[in-house]
Design a protein. Sequence first.
Length: 378
Amino acid sequence: MDRDRILLTPGPLTTTLRTRLAMLRDWGSWDGDFIALTAQVRQSLLRIIHGADSHVVVPLQGSGTFSVEAAVATVVPRDGHVLVLDNGAYCKRAARLTTLMGRECTVLPFNESAPVEPAALDAALAANAGITHVLLVHCETGAGVLNPLAQVAEVCRRRGRGLIVDAMSSFGALPIDAREIRFDALVAASGKCLEGVPGMGFVFLRKAIVEGCAGNSQSLAMDLHDQHRYMEQTGQWRFTPPTHVLAALAEALAQFQEEGGQPARLARYTDNYRTLVDGMARLEFMPFLDARVQAPIIVTFHAPGDPRYAFKDFNAGARAHGFLLYPGKLTQVETFRVGCIGAIGRNEMQQAVHAVELTLRELGIASGAPALQQRREG
Ligand SMILES: *Cc1c(COP(=O)(O)O)cnc(C)c1O
């Protein structure tokens, strides 16, 4: 092929040439240029949430999960108790890492096809005064559900509990304003809606709690308090920084601002989402979620009911036509996922639908319609 495949995956995702070109230079980690670049990126990130007065931002090496783990380890005292609002795979991952780090963890389960419920959270907090922190996944990338961040934050504020938000797949696209929404930690990463390359996460920490986090982490590498203190003192990262990833993120952030920031990004992703869902509907594919609870980030579709369908072949076909899809992550229903995020627009989404159409034809599948008994389950 004469162009790279388009990644319709929720990270890594398709980036611009300009972002990739930013990685052609080597940077010394102690060098003034790199120190300045780190400071510039941190300032840009804080501006996105209007958080310069209320929060600090601490970057961390590794994929997004590393930063979720670091946020929990840093913010939750060792005798703390975390309530995880669970409506999907990323929530379950957050609960697992919380437990593995020795924090008491309670899971409040919800249906994976619907948002978590603030009223149920309120009742759970009323019933258990020992819960110190709540963990919410803003956009549950497993099915693609948008969770009610503002309402959950309000319950936590009113009940005096800490809030940790995994905003990995929403940050940069969906509005998050630190002046209006109170959280102790909010986690995102370079390689999602900011359209950088993967390799680093970052955690916004509420200034008022930062000093109290000293000594919470049982891990050296995951200690965001230590990372923050060192960065404030020296401008440098503790341990080898992902230099090229940061340089690419700086360039991606410049393009983010030029495009018009979060509102413009949301508008483009929403258009991608509509183009995708409308096009797939013509092929009779059915989204798993009700459109009212769907974030315009990633769409889960029911697998076609045709017996000739197998994700492996379907995926291989779409790949041969230039598009990488994503397997489903639901336990009950057979699905696949298509991301709407990345440096792509309406043309790419139309071409993606066309690639799916060609693939169905090649596989001898007449329609994308799901098997009847699978509809709206789960
Ligand atoms: C992508 C993502 C993560 C992080 O996953 P990694 O594979 O570690 O990058 C965490 N939470 C959500 C909701 C995500 O979408």
